[in-house]
Design a binder for this molecule. Structure first.
Ligand SMILES: [Zn+2]
Length: 446
């Protein structure tokens, strides 16, 4: 059995750590953007900085200060991209999606997932939905699954990621997971209430009120709670390729395969339970594949390697936010057409069809695990039924949708903030384009 250490020298992955992140805030990744100690303390306390735009005059009140603070707020939002960003399927939405499916148990009866918690190897007690939410965003192997050199390597990376939550190989996993779950308790309760038939509360409004609190929590986590061992988790927010487009499909296929193998490995009831727990972790990437902002962002092109650091993350984050909010006309392989929104709009009235399609995919995913346990057979990834229900990546690129902020090559629209603009900047200017584009996005109002 090999371990994650084997990949330590992989030069394809730049190091990201909380030091990188704080460094960006403290010393400034952009010209003239510098966070003072007081600004940082304010972000830690409230998750945001008051600016004149909010009608709150900053302490020393000039326009420059206000712009700087607005930029800092956007940097903080971008840094949290992948864990607590405002416009994505959030923690509680992953929980809700996972907990509302039916799981066929070893007694062959079906139970609501929320009622059947799993006890993981390290003693952590979690529901299917909680694993969906923790998987990928809070726990994962330190490098993307999609960077695995072949299917087996991808499955191994998924398994290491799952074990970082479920086993004592990560000595703090249980404590960390319990902390996250506790922090999110109110959010989960409110989203469950919003999901009740007839409820007028939208998750979007709910998230607006809680967002600041989470930024504050994550920043204190970045600076205090985590030791060196956990650095990898914090890098997830910037290494979130596995949550986008074709790479999210690769990540789910790897994880679903690992779960199916586990299910087929033994007739013991425990094998089915362990397989479901693994599948819940894999379903995170399936759920992401229903969020509009995850379908066509050219995340690999907009990947912050050693060049450009945060500027590409800022570009990816801005496009992801635009698509989630505007929604995209999509189609699945079954020929069904609908409009998908994303991220904190799961329960929005316009997103109900998208929600139903996602639930159908999750039901198929879990049913395949039961079948593998029942028959001791593992189907090929090419036959995984969940993708029949998911939007195709091609449909998101259909010209009926607004032109993407960045095209497949990663080139920005010439009129960056204009959703009707159909022209793009050329490839050869890109090396200097990303930092300039990032500054444009950061300084834009709204
Ligand atoms: Zn995700």
């Amino acid at each position: 059995m090999t371990g994650p250490a084997d990949h330590d020298n992989d030069p394809s992955v730049p190091p990201h750590s909380q030091e990188d992140i704080l460094d960006a805030l403290l010393h400034g990744s952009f010209p003239s953007i510098r966070a003072s100690k007081a600004d940082l303390n304010q972000i830690r306390a409230t998750g945001t900085l008051p600016t004149q735009d909010d009608g709150v005059a900053p302490a020393n009140g000039n326009q420059n200060t206000s712009t700087t603070k607005r930029v800092l707020n956007k940097i903080v939002e971008t840094l949290s991209f992948g864990t607590i960003s405002k416009r994505r399927f959030e923690f509680a939405e992953h929980v809700l999606l996972g907990n509302t499916i039916l799981l066929q148990w070893h007694d062959r009866k079906k139970y609501l997932a929320k009622e059947q918690p799993f006890k993981l190897e390290n003693g952590l007690l979690v529901t299917y939905g909680q694993i969906c939410a923790l998987g990928g965003d809070f726990f994962a192997y330190k490098e993307p699954i999609c960077f695995g050199k072949d299917a087996e390597d991808q499955i191994q990376r998924f398994t290491w990621g799952f074990e970082s939550l479920s086993t004592k190989k990560n000595p703090k996993a249980k404590e960390l997971a319990e902390t996250f779950i506790k922090q999110k308790k109110d959010e989960v309760k409110a989203v469950e209430a919003a999901a009740q038939p007839g409820s007028k509360v939208t998750t979007d409004a709910y998230y607006d009120s809680f967002y600041a609190k989470y930024v504050a929590e994550m920043l204190s986590a970045l600076t205090g709670f985590f030791g060196t061992q956990e650095k990898a988790y914090l890098g997830l927010s910037l290494l979130n390729l596995d949550h986008f487009g074709a790479d999210a499909r690769t990540a789910y296929n790897a994880g679903h395969t690992a779960a199916l193998r586990k299910a087929a490995s033994s007739k013991a009831p425990k094998a089915l339970e362990d397989a479901y727990a693994m599948n819940a972790f894999a379903d995170h990437y399936l759920q992401d594949s229903f969020a509009a902002g995850h379908l066509r962002v050219p995340r690999r092109k907009l990947y912050s390697g050693s060049l450009g650091r945060f500027s590409k993350d800022i570009c990816a984050h801005a496009m992801h936010r635009e698509d989630n909010k505007a929604g995209l006309h999509v189609k699945n392989p079954l020929g069904e057409k609908w409009v998908a929104f994303g991220d904190s709009q799961l329960l929005g009235p316009d997103n109900s069809t998208n929600l139903a399609k996602c639930q159908a995919a999750l039901a198929v995913s879990a049913a395949e695990v039961f079948k593998a346990w029942d028959t001791a057979k593992v189907p090929a990834a090419s036959s995984f039924g969940a993708w029949q229900h998911a939007p195709t990546l091609e449909s998101a690129l259909d010209p009926a949708n607004h032109p993407p902020m960045f095209n497949k090559e990663g080139c920005p629209r010439t009129e960056l903030l204009d959703k009707t603009c159909k022209t793009y900047e050329s490839m050869n200017s890109l090396l200097w384009t990303y930092p300039t584009t990032a500054v444009k996005l950061l300084t834009a109002k709204g």
